[in-house]
Design a protein around this ligand. Structure first.
Ligand code: ATP
Length: 788
């Protein structure tokens, strides 16, 4: 039974001290329709909290989200922050790809803006590498294919990320890659993708962003970052991190000189084919660097070539269908259709708000412009308008034979599409009402073109396939869905790209109910309808800026996230766990909502941790091992430690070039200043602490430009500004970075914890580490938050 009241408070709730509530009564903090749990992480803008949506009244189910909470007063003072937030929101509204974090909705109350995101329960990618020291090639290949697919999708929407790095990658519970943090995203025009604003982290930033003030080709800069990420996956450390003259890597001028003059060095355990790919990606000259399309066709990615052939349009089509079942054939609609999620409240809310004064949340129009028309920068090479790739028009079917079977989610997704195409053609030859009996011979697949199969059909067929390979009633002894033979015994995530690939026609569901169940379980994580309810047809994600909500507008309750589509089995059980154990009461007029636990009524007692997360302690046997394990995983100690990551130190050289603040900085190519001067100037000015960042960005009025010290790259020029930056406050051992825990004596969390304690005066300062031969490995993530 749903115990949540129909009306809920939009505010964070304070602790209830009413003596009438004894200790057995548990309270929960809420934000809008979400119960707020533990802190998942802390970023530049504040904390990211785990949240649970309220149960849908009819279905009694809940789902998990990550809520990025931003204090409104913190952004009122800081225009750059504000811009980043709205960049992120507007970009995410337009991106619906399985490897890009899904925006559920945006809420705000008097104190906070909350960006509600899909919860990436697999945690941070760099920690994953940290744990494994480095990734095996097949795993790296799968994850890199997902990264490339996500980035290519983003580029196809005219957006560049500009801050791709390990720290901005998360994993879902099935270890699929999720790209996050779109704060630096920007739009490019197909016929002029040049940008001026350098952003990102030096270790991941393409040389052209740092060593020249010329406009750079935005997509190629993302490609470079992908290459660095791939190297880090395979090697376990960042490339070009072994400069004896710059052992700590924090002299950016030296770092880039080293990058542009030193050949890439590989550890012996990276094999020849990925080395070849890396050598073609990590090319200092962006014109010679591979494009994403070229990367996709590289031999190393062949196992995932089919997945990579799924075009952005195909991703959109499938997701639209998921969001709008009305487009599915009437035959399928006749099955008991699930309630369709309404347009996210936040969207409606924003639309309504577009007529009102948006106060401080108006974006600077300069932000949206693409800097420097070609004629103004004749030295730069411009990209021609890209004509649609022929690859995009190809059906994945054509590539079927190229696809080597793999367990990867990516390749499985592709297989699903391929199989769906195949299925469609088989089905086309028989009566529609006998579809479920069709046994499709393996390896018989007519050639079809994109035009031959409508997205609706594809989707339907895909769903059919999915049902075939994983019937709803197929469970193992543990009550968990049985894996298909040969597949790992892991309950697949309800996404299309995590499908087992071997399908048996005997597994075709033969009832309408089974088919309905198949649809209901279906597919993508883009299932709540929220992200998809945004218009994808807008030409620019920034078109809708004016419709952003004004501050001070009251939070409206959300209906998003309550649809059954959004809930998987685990969520359901989670929801049951939570809601059986709770009762919620609203203290009249107080604005305080209290969730009360009544142990005598509960099948499972939910306790609250210090950090606010619910912890189930008793009576776990009522639930499957898996649901318990997953629930427990939400409360892993690592998360608590993660919370302490608040001590993240960061550099910021964002202020180097600010296209949206052109009045504050001017860009030009410097003249032949001596390299010595360049090096020393940058050395003196290129360090900045996070606490100084904001101040420094306000003070960047004068700029100085110096040539890069590289004699091999005479055309590269170094630009920087006097941004009042120094490194005095930086802790020498932290270097605004993370270490490879498995190799270092302390892992990241420990380090953060130490810092917290240290700042509280409980511990002596960490001693500076002596450089050692393993330093480059130990320092793997040291520059994790370095930004410019
Ligand atoms: N969708 C998510 N699912 C799970 N954890 C998340 C999610 N989004 C963010 N986190 C956690 O919160 C941390 C901070 O998030 P994020 O980096 O997006 O915040 P930010 O304010 O944009 O930080 P940054 O300083 O990197 O810009 C992440 O490192 C991650 O641990």
């Amino acid at each position: 039974m749903n115990t949540f009241p129909k009306h809920h408070s939009s505010n964070f709730l304070s602790q209830n001290n009413n003596p009438s509530h004894n200790s057995s009564r548990r309270k929960h903090v809420t934000f809008g329709p979400y119960i707020v749990g533990s802190t998942l992480g802390k970023g530049e803008f504040g904390k990211v909290k785990l949240g649970w949506s309220r149960k849908n009244e009819s279905t009694d189910i809940s789902k998990q989200v990550a809520i990025k909470l931003i204090r409104r007063d913190s952004i009122l003072q800081d225009r750059e922050k504000e811009i980043k937030i709205y960049r992120e929101i507007n970009a995410l509204k337009h991106l619906t790809h399985p490897n890009i974090v899904r925006l559920e909705e945006v809420l705000q109350n008097s104190k906070y803006i909350g960006i509600v995101l899909e919860y990436a329960s697999g945690g941070e990618f760099y920690k994953y590498i940290q744990k494994k020291r480095r990734l095996k090639e097949p795993i790296a290949c799968k994850l890199f294919a997902q990264l490339v697919s996500g980035v290519y999708y983003m580029h196809s929407k005219g957006l560049v990320h500009r801050d791709l790095k390990l720290e901005n990658l998360l994993l879902d519970k099935n270890e699929n890659l999720i790209i996050t943090d779109f704060g630096f995203v920007n739009e490019f025009l197909q016929n002029n993708e040049l940008m001026k604003t350098s952003c990102g982290s030096p270790c991941y930033a393409a040389p052209e962003l740092v060593v020249t003030s010329n406009p750079y080709k935005a997509r190629k800069a993302d490609v470079w970052s992908c290459g660095i990420i791939l190297f880090a996956m395979l090697a376990g450390y960042l490339p070009w991190d072994d400069d004896p003259d710059n052992p700590r890597g924090d002299d950016i001028a030296k770092l880039y000189n080293y990058i542009t003059t030193s050949p890439l060095k590989f550890p012996s355990y990276i094999s020849a084919i990925p080395r070849d790919l890396l050598r073609k990606i990590l090319v200092a000259n962006p014109n010679q660097r591979l494009s994403l399309r070229e990367i996709e066709t590289h031999q190393w990615l062949k196992p995932h070539s089919s997945f990579l052939k799924i075009s952005p349009k195909e991703w959109d089509d499938v997701m639209k269908l998921k969001a709008d079942p009305s487009k599915i054939r009437p035959k399928l609609q006749n099955y008991k259709a699930r309630p369709q999620s309404a347009l996210p409240v936040s969207s409606k809310y924003y639309d309504a708000a577009s007529h009102s004064n948006r106060g401080s949340l108006v974006m600077d129009s300069n932000l949206l412009s693409i800097p420097v028309p070609p004629k103004e920068s004749p030295s730069h090479v411009f990209t021609k308008p890209s004509s649609p790739s022929t690859d995009d028009k190809l059906s994945p079917v054509r590539n079927k034979n190229k696809h080597a079977r793999s367990n990867s989610a990516a390749s499985l997704a592709l297989q699903a599409f391929v199989e769906a195409e195949k299925e469609h053609w088989n089905r086309a030859s028989i009566q529609h009402n006998k579809l479920h009996r069709v046994a499709t011979p393996q390896n018989q697949m007519p050639q079809v073109t994109e035009e031959d199969t409508s997205p609706v059909e594809k989707y339907e067929n895909y769903e059919m396939l999915k049902k075939k390979i994983q019937p709803a009633n197929q469970t193992n002894n543990n009550g968990v869905n049985s894996p298909v033979a040969g597949q790992p015994k892991r309950r697949p995530r309800p996404t299309t790209y995590h499908l087992p690939i071997s399908a048996s026609s005997s597994m075709v569901p033969d009832t309408q109910e089974a088919k309905l169940s198949m649809i209901n379980e279906a597919a993508f994580r883009y299932n709540s309808g929220s992200a998809l309810s945004f218009s994808h047809k807008e030409t620019s994600p920034f078109d809708s800026l004016s419709s952003l909500a004004p501050l001070g507008t009251e939070l409206l309750p959300s209906t998003t996230g309550n649809t059954p589509e959004s809930i998987n089995d685990t969520d359901l059980k989670m929801g049951q766990v939570l809601h059986r154990a709770k009762e919620r009461t609203e203290l009249e007029g107080s604005g305080i909502t209290v969730h009360v636990q009544r142990p005598e009524d509960s099948t499972l007692h939910v306790r609250k941790r210090d950090d606010g997360s619910p912890v189930p302690l008793e009576n776990m046997r009522n639930f499957s091992d898996q649901s318990i394990a997953e629930y427990v995983s939400l409360n892993v100690p690592g998360r608590t430690a993660l919370e302490k990551k608040s001590q993240k130190k960061r550099f910021s050289l964002l202020s180097f070039y600010s296209s949206y603040s052109s009045s504050k900085s001017s860009l030009f190519v410097g003249n032949n200043n001596s390299s010595t001067n360049a090096t020393s100037k940058i050395k003196n000015t290129s360090r900045i602490t996070s606490s100084q960042e904001n101040k420094s960005t306000q003070s960047r009025h004068s700029s100085s430009y110096v040539t890069a010290p590289s004699s091999r790259q005479p055309s590269f020029q170094m630009a920087t500004e006097n941004v009042n930056i120094n490194n005095e406050n930086r802790r020498p051992t932290v270097r605004s970075s993370m270490m490879v825990g498995s190799l270092s004596q302390k892992n990241t969390s420990d380090t953060s914890e130490h810092e917290v304690q240290q700042e509280n005066g409980q511990l002596p300062p960490i001693r500076e580490r002596e450089p050692s031969t393993a330093r480059k490995v130990i320092d793997f993530f040291k520059r994790r938050s370095l930004r410019f």
